[in-house]
Design a protein. Structure first.
Length: 154
């Protein structure tokens, strides 16, 4: 499964409690643009929008997909428009229950292909405090030093 975009800040800024896989509703040139690696998840998030139906719909918001350069020019193309996510009803109802808890956010983690379909992996995240981030940085630096020392000893 090739990964086209990865949100590096997701696991640093949030503690991911649970992950989900969703399909994306895209146009043809958007698919080609993603498959050439032109997508950015920086600053993007997943929102729940109430619809006329019983369950709300999920949208990927602020993901930047530039227009495919070899496609004909599309009028009124918005690279940052919200894109609908496809999930099962049971998963959506579970997400609605989790989202109502205090301080939980839906964070996109990565975009990849599964067979010929483009999928989004997103998670339910709880925001980390500044102290937790500092501890993660310290732990990462210590592990890096240990790896270099073990390489030198061999």
């Amino acid at each position: 499964m090739p990964t086209f975009a990865f949100n590096k800040r997701a696991r640093f800024d949030y503690e991911i409690l649970d992950t989900f896989e969703a399909g994306l509703v895209l146009s043809g040139p958007e698919v080609k643009s993603i498959k050439t690696g032109h997508i950015s998840l920086k600053g993007s998030f997943v929102t729940l929008k109430a619809s006329g139906k019983r369950l709300p719909e999920l949208y990927l918001t602020n993901a930047h997909i530039p227009p495919y350069k070899y496609a004909s020019t599309v009028k009124n193309y918005e690279p940052d428009r919200p894109r609908k996510l496809l999930l099962k009803k049971s998963e959506i109802s579970r997400l609605v229950g989790k989202k109502q808890e205090q301080g939980l956010t839906l964070v996109p983690i990565r975009i990849y292909t599964k067979r010929s379909l483009i999928k989004l992996e997103f998670g339910i995240g709880k925001g980390k405090k500044k102290i937790d981030k500092r501890e993660a940085i310290k732990r990462r630096d210590i592990e890096r030093k240990i790896r270099t020392l073990t390489k030198l000893n061999k």
